[in-house]
Design a protein around this ligand. Structure first.
Ligand code: PLP
Length: 428
């Protein structure tokens, strides 16, 4: 039997009122692609020909972008591959509001030009009073490029051999710095570097001394590191790349550097990410002495690294608004996390679901080695792929899938999450 003939034509399917509405929302190309896939399924005999329109409607994406929202049940609070810090509701609203025309560089009183990012930078300054001045760029890598270009192009950056780090996905900090035309003057050894090593290397060619937080590994044993405060008398700026974006000390992460401490210890500039422990959008934060920050702000390269209005809005709301989800996840009470896991497991009884102890991590270049007590729901290992396809990303351990609840937003009702998981498990 030739089923081909009975599959309705594209134009006829596209006339379905639901698909007309979707074309207005998502664009005709996306809707047509969904219709074409449904037609193929009908030709292959997977669905009846009369269900083509229904199948196309069911397959429509939620938005016109291909990025899909996922639930981070990996137990890694800042998962770089899952977009690092999830934004707070306050930041999402601010971002959506800024998406239209805004007064980002306009003074509504005078009708003249306004200083770009003034509200965001004021919020950052208020959150870190130890900084004389602040600036924001695209990400921490951009902050480092700007500092290296403005302060050390054709000159030397003095850096410890123990801090020549690779962050992830092949991003090597020394290569980034060298790409700006600065020369790296390596001092000390992999495991031991002293203040005297820096002092000996500093000379007329030095642009600045750079301290980098080894944010994704630890060196143990016979080690020595020169703290920021031992490097301040050398007559050159001391720049500290703290990585994680903590503005003040975090009692739960005593070994993690923070901007306020680095600045009070005498760092002239601090660079950090906005989307790590600060819990905001991707951004590079620069905090420190007014004269240096001003120099960076006025450097021609600053224009190429500037943040857009969406980032400015989300960053300000993350700084001023309620505690962002990443920070909440860090501070979550393990007892509460376990209760949530128990509720989820109960909803999934009959699917071989068990509550297990789990160890969550900060991840994303922060607090290496720190283990955060957590709880997870353990499911059969062959659920991993279908769960991922449904946007639920767990962790595979010893042949089981663990859904670790620490980084899953507390507002997400276990019953709703269970319903989504059941949808997947029911299909197996
Ligand atoms: C994460 C990290 C970076 C890179 O920051 P991005 O915001 O991802 O560009 C640089 N340095 C350190 C120490 C880091 O931890």
């Amino acid at each position: 039997m030739d089923t081909r003939r009975r599959v309705p034509r594209t134009d006829a399917v596209l006339a379905d009122s639901r698909l007309v509405e979707a074309a207005g929302r998502l664009g005709r190309g996306i809707v047509k692609a969904a219709v074409n896939r449904a037609q193929e399924r009908a030709r292959a005999g997977e669905i009846p020909a009369e269900d083509v329109a229904d199948a196309a409607v069911a397959a429509l994406p939620a938005t016109a972008a291909s990025l899909r929202p996922v639930i981070n049940a990996t137990g890694v609070l800042l998962h770089t591959n899952l977009g690092r810090a999830p934004l707070s509701e306050a930041a999402r609203v601010a971002l959506a509001e800024a998406a239209g025309c805004t007064d980002v560089e306009f003074d509504l009183e005078t009708g003249g030009r306004g200083r770009r990012g003034r509200g965001t930078l004021a919020a950052l300054a208020a959150a870190c009073p130890a900084a004389e001045a602040v600036h924001a760029v695209n990400n921490n890598a951009a902050a480092l490029v700007l500092v290296a270009t403005a302060l050390a192009q054709g000159r030397e950056i003095v850096i410890s051999r123990g801090e020549m780090v690779e962050i992830g996905d092949g991003f090597r900090l020394p290569e980034l710095l060298a790409s700006t035309g600065a020369r790296l003057r390596e001092v000390g050894t992999t495991n031991r570097t002293t203040a005297a090593d820096y002092a000996e290397a500093v000379g007329p060619d030095t642009g600045f001394v750079l301290k980098v937080h080894p944010s994704n590994f630890r060196i143990e044993g016979f080690t020595a590191e020169a703290p920021v405060r031992s490097l301040t008398g050398l007559g050159v700026p001391v720049v500290a790349d703290i990585g994680s974006g903590l503005l003040a000390p975090e009692p739960l992460l005593p070994a993690e550097p923070d901007a306020a401490t680095a600045l009070t210890d005498g760092a002239d500039l601090v660079t950090a990410s906005g989307d790590k422990l600060l819990g905001g959008p991707q951004a590079g934060l620069l905090l420190g002495r007014s004269a240096l920050v001003e120099r960076l702000r006025r450097h021609p390269l600053a224009r190429a690294l500037r943040v857009d209005k969406l980032t400015l809005a989300a960053l300000e709301a993350s700084l001023r608004g309620p505690e962002p989800p990443a920070v909440q996840a860090l501070h979550a009470d393990p007892v509460t996390v376990r209760e949530r896991a128990a509720l989820l497991a109960k909803e999934l009884s009959g699917h071989d679901a068990r509550v297990v102890d789990s160890v969550a991590r900060v991840g994303g270049g922060g607090a290496p080695g720190v283990e955060l007590p957590s709880a997870a729901v353990s499911l059969p290992g062959d659920c991993a792929v279908p769960l991922r396809r449904a946007g639920i990303v767990g962790r595979v351990e010893d042949g089981r899938v663990l859904l670790d609840l620490r980084a899953v937003p507390a507002e997400l009702d276990p019953a709703d999450l269970a319903a989504r998981v059941r949808d997947v498990l029911g299909e197996r």
